[in-house]
Design a protein around this ligand. Structure first.
Ligand SMILES: Nc1nc2c(ncn2[C@@H]2O[C@H](COP(=O)(O)OP(=O)(O)OP(=O)(O)O)[C@@H](O)[C@H]2O)c(=O)[nH]1
Ligand SMILES: [Mg+2]
Length: 238
């Protein structure tokens, strides 16, 4: 026997509000959060290892790394930076509650950048706001240049695209211009960052991009906070 239960609550609105509140908390603490999404094996963990090696002060970086099973990615990242594995036990994406739990368990003293490596999947993670400031879709050249058009939501909800494994371009049929064009037909002005995590090519541009976005996000917060306080001062006292 089945029955219908009327909830009368907009659950999506509640999830959006929770993600917005988490983002505000991160901003208040000066932590810029980057959600990396991609197909399995596109190179997210290798990119994070290379980023930590390249970053002048890797102690300012931390990672929450998601996987369906095992903590192998956390083992790979642990020699380079503060990391906590999030294991979903089968779920194909990370959700905000799991990220918040991982966040509470990390020592984030002095951390300025929190990366969230999502589950390798170009579909489900696109629908979940984890409270990040920046969503980056990683597209490896071995996947084919047709992926932006075939998985538009991943590209529509991301604010930048890292094209990974560019060292393999001579060996695979990947047209960077075609991929860029498709990505920008979905998301105009999408920054495209070609990177090879194994040789380090493109890492300087990637790291500079992250610094720039963090500075802008924090400046926006200071501006909003200031105008909020000025508005309060202008309010007539009761
Ligand atoms: N040639 C080449 N191989 C790479 C590069 N980046 C990653 N790889 C290789 O690609 C494979 C997958 O890389 P990972 O970093 O584990 O990919 P991932 O996206 O974290 O994978 P999941 O967490 O399973 O989704 C590994 O064998 C890496 O060594 C690159 O820039 N060039
Ligand atoms: Mg990984």
């Amino acid at each position: 026997m089945s029955s219908v239960v009327t909830v009368n609550r907009d659950l999506q609105a509640e999830k959006r509000a929770a993600a917005t509140a988490f983002r505000a908390e991160l901003t208040r603490r000066g932590i810029f959060c980057v959600n990396l999404i991609s197909s399995p094996g596109a190179g997210k963990t290798t990119l994070l290892q290379a980023t930590a090696r390249f970053w002048p002060k890797p102690e300012k970086l931390a990672v929450l790394v998601g996987d369906i099973a095992t903590d192998r990615d956390a083992e790979r990242l642990a020699p380079y930076l503060t990391v906590r594995q999030l294991t979903t036990g089968g779920a194909c994406h990370l959700d905000l509650k799991l990220v918040e739990r991982g966040f509470d368990e990390l020592n984030l003293d002095g951390v300025e950048y929190l990366f969230v490596e999502n589950i390798g999947n170009l579909v489900c993670p696109a629908s979940h706001d984890l409270g990040e400031h920046l969503r980056v879709v990683v597209l490896s050249v071995t996947e084919g240049d047709d992926k932006p058009a075939k998985y538009p939501k991943a590209f529509r909800t991301s604010q930048a695209c890292v094209v990974s494994k560019v060292d393999l371009m001579p060996y695979v049929p990947f047209d960077l211009q075609a991929a860029t064009q498709d990505a920008r037909s979905i998301q105009p002005d999408m920054p495209i960052l070609p990177v090879c995590a194994t040789t380090g090519s493109g890492l300087a541009e990637w790291c500079e991009f992250l610094r720039d976005r963090r500075t802008k996000a924090l400046a926006e917060h200071v501006r909003d906070d200031l105008s909020h306080r000025l508005d309060e001062q202008r309010m007539p006292h009761p």
